[in-house]
Design a protein around this ligand. Structure first.
Ligand SMILES: *Cc1c(COP(=O)(O)O)cnc(C)c1O
Length: 387
């Protein structure tokens, strides 16, 4: 069946037309049941080639939690991407692909003993920490591991802050580096995370300032660091333009080059920026209703089976199928299929009126969607299909 969508400039500004048209061709050509997530390989490849390019001595590690689909991991592995993991489940996926342990790091500062033992057996030896308890676990399971301490840094201006749960301040970070050395570990560096979907360039400046202070103080204690891990946080376009990766990287690179030793190795851990804007969620309108003076539309994907981040402030762009004559644009409340009233994806979305049975595409939905999804209430988790 031929599907008709009205693609306007707004949509074409969010994802490349080539990605959109690839998705639309798929929808015309294939038999399918919604919901599912389409991922444009070309877009992923383009992002992989761009990320890290403007930072000297950079190594890029894909944060697997953004989308751990095995085909995505296989594709990234073919592109020689490195990986950042947090759990035995993520390590198992990489083990299935026979990814070399030298291309795997773990920046989760609090890891289970089970995971650490598995990481030790596999040969993963570069890991983060931010507590004395973690030092003990690391020293017991992976003696002489290369460890880097997680600094707490401001997350203002990030749509998905990560700084409250992890990270320590300067004095404690220094003590921990010394403690790690005394326990036989090899303290190699510093990490931080500016917050996910970070559109505030200044966060990186403050974080690098802080990291530089710690770097020098460690040196005075006889600890020569070599790795600066700048975490993730690169933003993508959801509904509006964001700062370009190149602009972030030029800024970060010049700060590092001015202030850190010339041979510092920079680790970058993008998740969202690798797969987010390569993804288009394909959903079906399963119902409509007028509640008071609000117009509601119900989709077969909601907060629980894929769009969890919508409740944390991520606002998506939507593309509605147009099966009939042009219809008026109204403001819609968009909800998922479950019986929970928390399952509301968006409000005040201006779009043409869809009909029940029409498709709705949700743009830039490749990251933190299926990886967060549950089968709550019996609704399926969208499959991932690489195009
Ligand atoms: C989640 C996470 C990332 C990826 O963050 P993005 O904002 O998706 O780029 C990187 N590093 C660590 C330690 C993380 O927890």
């Amino acid at each position: 069946m031929l599907r008709t969508f009205t693609v306007d400039k707004v949509h074409a500004g969010i994802v490349p037309e080539s990605t959109l048209f690839k998705a639309l061709r798929y929808l015309d050509r294939e038999r399918y049941e919604t919901p599912f997530l389409l991922i444009d390989r070309e877009k992923v490849r383009e992002k992989v080639s761009r990320i890290g390019r403007a930072i000297r001595n950079a190594r890029v590690f894909y944060a697997v939690k953004a989308n751990p689909d095995i085909e995505i991991l296989r594709y990234l592995n073919r592109l020689r991407m490195n990986f950042e993991i947090a759990s035995e489940g993520e390590l198992e996926m990489l083990a299935r692909l026979r990814v070399s342990p030298s291309r795997i790091i773990s920046s989760n500062p609090v890891k289970s003993l089970k995971f650490l033992r598995m990481a030790a057996a596999y040969g993963v030896s570069t890991l983060s920490f931010d507590s004395a308890d973690e030092v003990r676990k690391l020293a017991d399971t992976i003696p002489r591991a290369n460890v880097y301490v997680r600094l707490s840094v401001p997350n203002e201006g990030s749509e998905w802050p990560l700084s409250k749960k992890f990270g320590v301040e300067l004095d404690e970070a220094l003590e921990l580096l010394v403690h790690a050395r005394d326990r036989g570990l090899n303290p190699v560096g510093i990490t931080f995370h500016v917050g996910s979907q970070c559109t505030n360039l200044y966060n990186w400046n403050i974080a690098l300032d802080k990291a530089k202070t710690l770097w020098d103080r460690a040196e005075r204690k006889g600890i020569a660091l070599s790795i600066l891990n700048i975490g993730g946080g690169y933003p993508i376009r959801y509904t509006k333009n964001v700062i370009e990766i190149e602009a972030i990287e030029r800024n970060v690179d010049s700060l590092i080059f001015e202030r850190f030793p010339r041979n510092v190795q920079v680790h970058i851990e993008p998740g969202r920026a690798v797969v987010g804007d390569a993804g288009i969620m394909v959903t079906t309108v399963i119902g409509k209703a007028k509640r008071g003076d609000e117009d509601w539309v119900y989709l077969d994907v909601g907060v629980f089976n894929g769009l969890m981040e919508s409740v944390g402030g991520i606002k998506y762009s939507y593309l509605v199928e147009r099966t009939g004559a042009a219809r008026s644009r109204k403001f819609w409340t968009i909800a998922g299929p479950s019986c929970d009233s928390f399952d509301v994806i968006d409000k005040n979305v201006q779009m043409p009126e869809p009909r029940v049975g029409d498709l709705m595409l949700i743009l830039s939905s490749g990251a933190y969607t299926v990886s967060y999804a549950s089968e709550f209430n019996g609704f399926a988790i969208p499959k991932t299909i690489l195009l």
